[in-house]
Design a protein around this ligand. Sequence first.
Ligand code: ADP
Length: 261
Amino acid sequence: VVSLGLGWWLGRRIAQEATWADLVRERERQVEASRRELVAWVSHDLRTPLAGLRAMAEALEDGVVAEPTAVSDYHRRIRLETDRMSRLVEDLFELSRINAAELHLTITAVPLAELVSDAIASVAPLAASRRVRLRAPEDGWPTVAASEPELGRVLANLLTNAIHYTPPDGTVALSAGAERDTAWLAVVDTCGGIPEAELPRVFDVAFRGERARSPQETGGGGGLGLAIVQGLVTAQGGRVEVANTGSGCRFVVRLPTVTVP
Ligand code: ADP
């Protein structure tokens, strides 16, 4: 009986260790895959537009493009593309700060009412230019424990995405509430929904869905926006999730609440 018991115990330990080693190997494989994806992303999203910029600059320099409207169109495209690349580099920098745990967060009591009204004011021109209505209740906003600039960035990324992926005459609605010691902040759009197969991947670095914005669009984020959102929310002790609603999708950020005396 003793040897049978020992054999069973040893067998279980070996099986457990094998599972553990499998898990470590699987994690290493995932890290390696995402590193490779990022390298491929950098080479595609930075090298390709750089080659385009160079070609446009050369065409101007050599006088191949000389007609005044064509010249000004080339100048405009060079400026837009440079702006987009600057944003990509900033996003990449932000992501590397998050991954290297180099964020210096100052967690304070952040009243969502102010943060939301600032975020809405800054995206209002974009929403108007795309004929998307923005909705948010006047009051009832909880106060959360968060780092204000980072939470502002999270909200800005979620709102700009929602506006970009919602067709004209659609709506982007913000709402929030609290349950016990957790507050939630939701951004709901009428984008038509995210394909089910894409839902689990939207927070991955460099993931871009089928309907991703074209790189020519000024708002194109290169698939880093939601990875930044998830990194910043997690760093603040919260979590973020996405679900389809039928007519669109809903991103919900959960953070600890603060009871203001
Ligand atoms: P990007 O928008 O630059 O492609 P993101 O990381 O912000 O990168 O988003 C990843 C993908 O998730 C997008 O390509 C898009 O397919 C999908 N997505 C993000 N936000 C929304 C949204 N509000 N509505 C519909 N799809 C979205």
